[in-house]
Write a protein that binds this ligand. Structure first.
Ligand SMILES: [Zn+2]
Length: 319
Protein backbone atom coordinates (compact mmCIF):
# COMPACT_ATOMS: atom_id res chain seq x y z
CA UNK A 1 0.00 0.00 0.00
CA UNK A 2 1.15 3.55 -0.67
CA UNK A 3 2.55 5.68 2.12
CA UNK A 4 0.85 8.61 3.87
CA UNK A 5 2.62 11.69 5.19
CA UNK A 6 2.19 12.33 8.93
CA UNK A 7 3.91 14.84 11.21
CA UNK A 8 6.05 11.89 12.32
CA UNK A 9 7.05 11.19 8.71
CA UNK A 10 5.66 8.92 6.00
CA UNK A 11 3.81 5.79 7.11
CA UNK A 12 2.59 2.81 5.12
CA UNK A 13 -1.17 3.29 4.71
CA UNK A 14 -1.70 -0.25 5.97
CA UNK A 15 -0.24 0.84 9.32
CA UNK A 16 -2.64 3.73 10.00
CA UNK A 17 -5.02 1.57 12.04
CA UNK A 18 -8.19 2.98 13.59
CA UNK A 19 -8.39 6.55 12.32
CA UNK A 20 -10.45 9.58 13.24
CA UNK A 21 -10.66 11.46 9.98
CA UNK A 22 -11.71 14.91 11.22
CA UNK A 23 -10.52 16.32 14.56
CA UNK A 24 -8.57 19.42 15.52
CA UNK A 25 -5.86 19.34 18.21
CA UNK A 26 -6.19 23.13 18.39
CA UNK A 27 -8.28 25.67 16.52
CA UNK A 28 -7.59 29.38 16.69
CA UNK A 29 -7.20 32.40 14.51
CA UNK A 30 -3.54 32.75 13.67
CA UNK A 31 -3.80 36.52 13.15
CA UNK A 32 -5.25 37.12 16.63
CA UNK A 33 -2.81 34.65 18.16
CA UNK A 34 0.11 36.36 16.42
CA UNK A 35 -0.95 39.87 17.47
CA UNK A 36 -2.13 39.12 21.02
CA UNK A 37 -0.16 36.03 22.03
CA UNK A 38 -0.70 36.78 25.72
CA UNK A 39 -4.42 35.98 25.23
CA UNK A 40 -3.51 32.34 24.64
CA UNK A 41 -1.97 29.83 27.01
CA UNK A 42 0.02 27.41 24.89
CA UNK A 43 0.66 25.10 27.85
CA UNK A 44 -3.09 24.80 28.55
CA UNK A 45 -3.74 24.26 24.84
CA UNK A 46 -1.15 21.50 24.74
CA UNK A 47 -2.56 19.85 27.86
CA UNK A 48 -6.10 19.91 26.41
CA UNK A 49 -4.84 18.37 23.17
CA UNK A 50 -2.97 15.65 25.07
CA UNK A 51 -6.05 14.80 27.18
CA UNK A 52 -8.26 14.47 24.08
CA UNK A 53 -5.80 12.57 21.95
CA UNK A 54 -4.88 10.21 24.79
CA UNK A 55 -8.58 9.53 25.42
CA UNK A 56 -8.99 8.63 21.75
CA UNK A 57 -5.88 6.46 21.96
CA UNK A 58 -7.47 4.60 24.90
CA UNK A 59 -10.37 3.73 22.54
CA UNK A 60 -7.93 2.25 20.02
CA UNK A 61 -7.28 5.27 17.79
CA UNK A 62 -3.84 5.14 16.15
CA UNK A 63 -4.15 8.04 13.68
CA UNK A 64 -5.94 11.38 13.70
CA UNK A 65 -6.46 13.41 10.54
CA UNK A 66 -6.39 17.09 11.51
CA UNK A 67 -7.76 19.38 8.78
CA UNK A 68 -6.63 22.63 10.40
CA UNK A 69 -5.64 24.91 7.52
CA UNK A 70 -4.88 28.61 7.06
CA UNK A 71 -7.21 30.72 9.27
CA UNK A 72 -7.53 27.82 11.72
CA UNK A 73 -4.07 28.42 13.13
CA UNK A 74 -2.37 25.45 11.49
CA UNK A 75 0.89 24.83 13.35
CA UNK A 76 2.70 21.61 12.53
CA UNK A 77 5.24 22.09 15.32
CA UNK A 78 2.39 22.09 17.85
CA UNK A 79 0.94 19.01 16.13
CA UNK A 80 4.34 17.30 16.33
CA UNK A 81 4.51 17.91 20.09
CA UNK A 82 1.07 16.32 20.52
CA UNK A 83 2.06 13.39 18.32
CA UNK A 84 5.36 12.87 20.14
CA UNK A 85 3.79 12.96 23.58
CA UNK A 86 0.88 10.64 22.75
CA UNK A 87 2.34 8.29 20.13
CA UNK A 88 -0.79 8.89 18.02
CA UNK A 89 -0.03 9.75 14.40
CA UNK A 90 -1.28 13.14 13.21
CA UNK A 91 -1.95 13.87 9.56
CA UNK A 92 -1.65 17.52 8.47
CA UNK A 93 -3.17 19.37 5.54
CA UNK A 94 -2.64 22.41 3.38
CA UNK A 95 -5.30 24.78 2.11
CA UNK A 96 -7.41 27.72 3.18
CA UNK A 97 -10.35 27.56 5.57
CA UNK A 98 -12.41 30.55 4.51
CA UNK A 99 -16.15 31.00 3.97
CA UNK A 100 -15.39 33.97 1.71
CA UNK A 101 -12.61 36.28 2.90
CA UNK A 102 -9.26 36.24 1.17
CA UNK A 103 -6.29 38.33 2.24
CA UNK A 104 -5.05 40.86 -0.35
CA UNK A 105 -2.07 38.56 -0.78
CA UNK A 106 -4.20 35.88 -2.43
CA UNK A 107 -6.89 38.21 -3.82
CA UNK A 108 -4.22 39.75 -6.06
CA UNK A 109 -2.65 36.47 -7.14
CA UNK A 110 -4.29 33.97 -9.45
CA UNK A 111 -5.52 30.42 -8.89
CA UNK A 112 -2.28 28.84 -10.08
CA UNK A 113 -0.19 30.98 -7.75
CA UNK A 114 -2.38 29.90 -4.84
CA UNK A 115 -2.12 26.26 -5.92
CA UNK A 116 1.67 26.58 -6.02
CA UNK A 117 1.67 27.47 -2.29
CA UNK A 118 -0.27 24.28 -1.54
CA UNK A 119 2.08 22.20 -3.70
CA UNK A 120 5.06 23.49 -1.71
CA UNK A 121 3.45 22.24 1.52
CA UNK A 122 2.85 18.86 -0.10
CA UNK A 123 6.23 18.39 -1.76
CA UNK A 124 8.71 20.31 0.37
CA UNK A 125 7.14 20.69 3.81
CA UNK A 126 5.03 23.03 5.95
CA UNK A 127 6.18 26.17 7.78
CA UNK A 128 9.87 25.57 7.15
CA UNK A 129 9.79 21.99 8.45
CA UNK A 130 10.05 18.73 6.56
CA UNK A 131 6.54 17.76 7.72
CA UNK A 132 4.43 17.43 4.59
CA UNK A 133 0.74 17.95 3.93
CA UNK A 134 -1.11 14.71 3.19
CA UNK A 135 -4.29 16.31 1.90
CA UNK A 136 -5.88 19.58 0.79
CA UNK A 137 -8.59 21.53 2.61
CA UNK A 138 -11.13 24.07 1.45
CA UNK A 139 -14.54 25.19 2.70
CA UNK A 140 -17.96 26.40 1.63
CA UNK A 141 -20.48 27.48 4.27
CA UNK A 142 -23.64 29.60 4.61
CA UNK A 143 -22.52 32.12 2.00
CA UNK A 144 -22.30 29.29 -0.53
CA UNK A 145 -19.64 28.92 -3.20
CA UNK A 146 -18.70 32.59 -3.55
CA UNK A 147 -16.13 33.83 -6.06
CA UNK A 148 -13.34 33.62 -3.47
CA UNK A 149 -14.47 30.19 -2.26
CA UNK A 150 -14.50 28.98 -5.87
CA UNK A 151 -10.96 30.30 -6.35
CA UNK A 152 -9.75 28.33 -3.33
CA UNK A 153 -11.56 25.20 -4.56
CA UNK A 154 -9.94 25.50 -8.01
CA UNK A 155 -6.50 26.04 -6.46
CA UNK A 156 -6.98 23.02 -4.21
CA UNK A 157 -8.15 20.98 -7.21
CA UNK A 158 -5.15 21.99 -9.34
CA UNK A 159 -2.74 21.15 -6.52
CA UNK A 160 -4.48 17.78 -6.24
CA UNK A 161 -4.20 17.10 -9.96
CA UNK A 162 -0.53 18.10 -9.95
CA UNK A 163 0.46 16.04 -6.90
CA UNK A 164 -2.13 13.24 -6.59
CA UNK A 165 -3.15 14.50 -3.14
CA UNK A 166 -6.68 13.92 -1.75
CA UNK A 167 -9.09 16.73 -0.86
CA UNK A 168 -11.36 17.41 2.10
CA UNK A 169 -14.02 20.06 1.52
CA UNK A 170 -15.99 21.52 4.43
CA UNK A 171 -19.58 21.80 3.21
CA UNK A 172 -22.93 23.10 4.42
CA UNK A 173 -25.84 20.82 3.54
CA UNK A 174 -28.38 23.45 4.72
CA UNK A 175 -27.50 25.48 1.64
CA UNK A 176 -26.54 22.43 -0.46
CA UNK A 177 -22.96 23.45 -1.25
CA UNK A 178 -21.87 19.85 -1.90
CA UNK A 179 -22.99 19.39 -5.52
CA UNK A 180 -21.38 22.66 -6.63
CA UNK A 181 -18.12 21.78 -4.82
CA UNK A 182 -18.08 18.39 -6.56
CA UNK A 183 -18.79 20.08 -9.90
CA UNK A 184 -15.75 22.36 -9.53
CA UNK A 185 -13.46 19.45 -8.67
CA UNK A 186 -14.81 17.53 -11.67
CA UNK A 187 -14.25 20.49 -14.01
CA UNK A 188 -10.64 20.67 -12.82
CA UNK A 189 -10.13 16.96 -13.51
CA UNK A 190 -9.87 15.64 -9.94
CA UNK A 191 -10.69 11.91 -9.68
CA UNK A 192 -13.78 11.67 -7.47
CA UNK A 193 -12.35 8.96 -5.19
CA UNK A 194 -9.87 11.57 -3.98
CA UNK A 195 -12.64 13.86 -2.69
CA UNK A 196 -14.24 13.90 0.73
CA UNK A 197 -17.20 16.21 1.28
CA UNK A 198 -17.18 16.93 5.01
CA UNK A 199 -20.15 17.63 7.31
CA UNK A 200 -22.78 15.80 5.19
CA UNK A 201 -24.13 14.37 8.46
CA UNK A 202 -25.41 17.85 9.32
CA UNK A 203 -28.50 16.94 7.29
CA UNK A 204 -30.82 13.95 7.65
CA UNK A 205 -31.72 14.23 3.97
CA UNK A 206 -30.41 10.81 2.94
CA UNK A 207 -31.22 11.44 -0.74
CA UNK A 208 -28.98 14.54 -0.74
CA UNK A 209 -26.10 12.59 0.77
CA UNK A 210 -26.66 9.62 -1.51
CA UNK A 211 -26.60 11.97 -4.50
CA UNK A 212 -23.07 12.98 -3.51
CA UNK A 213 -21.99 9.38 -2.94
CA UNK A 214 -23.26 8.51 -6.40
CA UNK A 215 -20.80 11.10 -7.76
CA UNK A 216 -18.07 8.86 -6.34
CA UNK A 217 -16.94 10.98 -3.38
CA UNK A 218 -16.59 10.19 0.32
CA UNK A 219 -19.02 11.87 2.72
CA UNK A 220 -18.23 12.96 6.25
CA UNK A 221 -20.67 12.07 9.03
CA UNK A 222 -18.17 13.91 11.10
CA UNK A 223 -19.74 16.34 13.54
CA UNK A 224 -21.06 14.05 16.25
CA UNK A 225 -21.69 16.09 19.38
CA UNK A 226 -22.54 19.30 17.53
CA UNK A 227 -26.24 19.02 18.29
CA UNK A 228 -27.02 22.49 16.93
CA UNK A 229 -26.55 21.16 13.41
CA UNK A 230 -28.09 17.71 13.96
CA UNK A 231 -28.77 15.67 17.09
CA UNK A 232 -26.98 12.38 17.62
CA UNK A 233 -30.02 10.13 17.12
CA UNK A 234 -30.75 11.67 13.71
CA UNK A 235 -27.07 11.43 12.77
CA UNK A 236 -27.16 7.75 13.75
CA UNK A 237 -30.34 7.10 11.74
CA UNK A 238 -28.69 8.64 8.68
CA UNK A 239 -25.50 6.62 9.17
CA UNK A 240 -27.49 3.40 9.63
CA UNK A 241 -29.56 4.05 6.52
CA UNK A 242 -26.50 4.81 4.37
CA UNK A 243 -24.85 1.60 5.58
CA UNK A 244 -28.08 -0.33 4.93
CA UNK A 245 -28.09 1.02 1.37
CA UNK A 246 -24.58 -0.35 0.84
CA UNK A 247 -22.53 2.83 1.25
CA UNK A 248 -20.29 1.78 4.16
CA UNK A 249 -17.23 2.18 1.91
CA UNK A 250 -18.02 5.84 1.30
CA UNK A 251 -18.72 7.22 4.80
CA UNK A 252 -16.34 8.77 7.33
CA UNK A 253 -17.39 9.01 10.98
CA UNK A 254 -15.76 11.61 13.23
CA UNK A 255 -16.55 14.50 15.59
CA UNK A 256 -14.86 17.67 14.26
CA UNK A 257 -13.84 18.14 17.88
CA UNK A 258 -11.48 20.97 18.75
CA UNK A 259 -9.37 20.30 21.85
CA UNK A 260 -9.37 24.08 22.24
CA UNK A 261 -11.08 26.69 20.08
CA UNK A 262 -10.93 30.50 20.36
CA UNK A 263 -14.22 31.28 18.61
CA UNK A 264 -15.97 31.98 21.90
CA UNK A 265 -14.86 33.17 25.32
CA UNK A 266 -14.09 30.10 27.46
CA UNK A 267 -16.93 30.92 29.86
CA UNK A 268 -19.45 30.44 27.02
CA UNK A 269 -18.87 26.67 26.79
CA UNK A 270 -21.11 25.59 29.72
CA UNK A 271 -23.97 27.66 28.26
CA UNK A 272 -23.67 25.81 24.93
CA UNK A 273 -23.86 22.51 26.77
CA UNK A 274 -26.83 23.70 28.87
CA UNK A 275 -28.69 24.97 25.81
CA UNK A 276 -28.14 21.60 24.12
CA UNK A 277 -26.11 23.11 21.27
CA UNK A 278 -23.35 20.63 22.02
CA UNK A 279 -23.56 17.36 23.93
CA UNK A 280 -20.66 15.14 25.00
CA UNK A 281 -18.65 16.69 22.18
CA UNK A 282 -15.21 15.07 22.45
CA UNK A 283 -12.69 12.92 20.60
CA UNK A 284 -14.30 9.76 22.00
CA UNK A 285 -18.05 10.28 21.52
CA UNK A 286 -18.21 8.08 18.42
CA UNK A 287 -16.67 5.17 20.30
CA UNK A 288 -18.58 5.73 23.55
CA UNK A 289 -22.06 6.31 22.06
CA UNK A 290 -22.22 6.12 18.27
CA UNK A 291 -20.59 2.76 17.54
CA UNK A 292 -22.58 1.03 20.34
CA UNK A 293 -25.84 2.57 19.02
CA UNK A 294 -25.08 1.54 15.44
CA UNK A 295 -24.19 -1.97 16.62
CA UNK A 296 -27.45 -2.17 18.55
CA UNK A 297 -29.38 -0.99 15.48
CA UNK A 298 -27.78 -3.82 13.51
CA UNK A 299 -26.03 -1.35 11.21
CA UNK A 300 -22.47 -1.99 12.37
CA UNK A 301 -20.55 -5.22 12.92
CA UNK A 302 -16.79 -5.69 13.15
CA UNK A 303 -16.41 -5.69 9.36
CA UNK A 304 -18.30 -2.40 8.95
CA UNK A 305 -16.31 -0.87 11.83
CA UNK A 306 -13.08 -1.88 10.06
CA UNK A 307 -14.35 -0.44 6.77
CA UNK A 308 -15.37 2.90 8.25
CA UNK A 309 -12.56 3.53 10.72
CA UNK A 310 -9.59 1.76 9.09
CA UNK A 311 -10.07 1.03 5.39
CA UNK A 312 -11.90 4.18 4.27
CA UNK A 313 -9.44 6.75 5.69
CA UNK A 314 -6.48 4.76 4.30
CA UNK A 315 -8.13 4.37 0.87
CA UNK A 316 -9.02 8.08 0.68
CA UNK A 317 -5.58 9.24 1.83
CA UNK A 318 -3.90 7.12 -0.86
CA UNK A 319 -6.46 7.56 -3.66
ZN1 LIG B 1 -13.21 20.79 11.12
Amino acid sequence: MASVETVQGPVDAGELGVTLVHEHVRFRDEAVAEQWPERYDEQLELEAALVSVNAAKDRGVRTIVDPTAMFGGRDVRFMARVAEQTGVRLVACTGIYSYDHLPHYFANRDVDAMAEHFVTDIERGIQGTDMKAAFLKCAADAAGVTENVEKIHRAVARASVQTGTPIMAHSMPAVATGPRQVEIFRQEGVPMERVQIAHCGDTDDVAYIEGLIEEGVYVGLDRYGLEMYQPIDKRNATAAELIRRGHAERIMISQDFCATIDWFPPEAAPAFEEAGAIRNWSMTLVFDEVVPALREAGAMDDAVFETVFVANPARWLTA
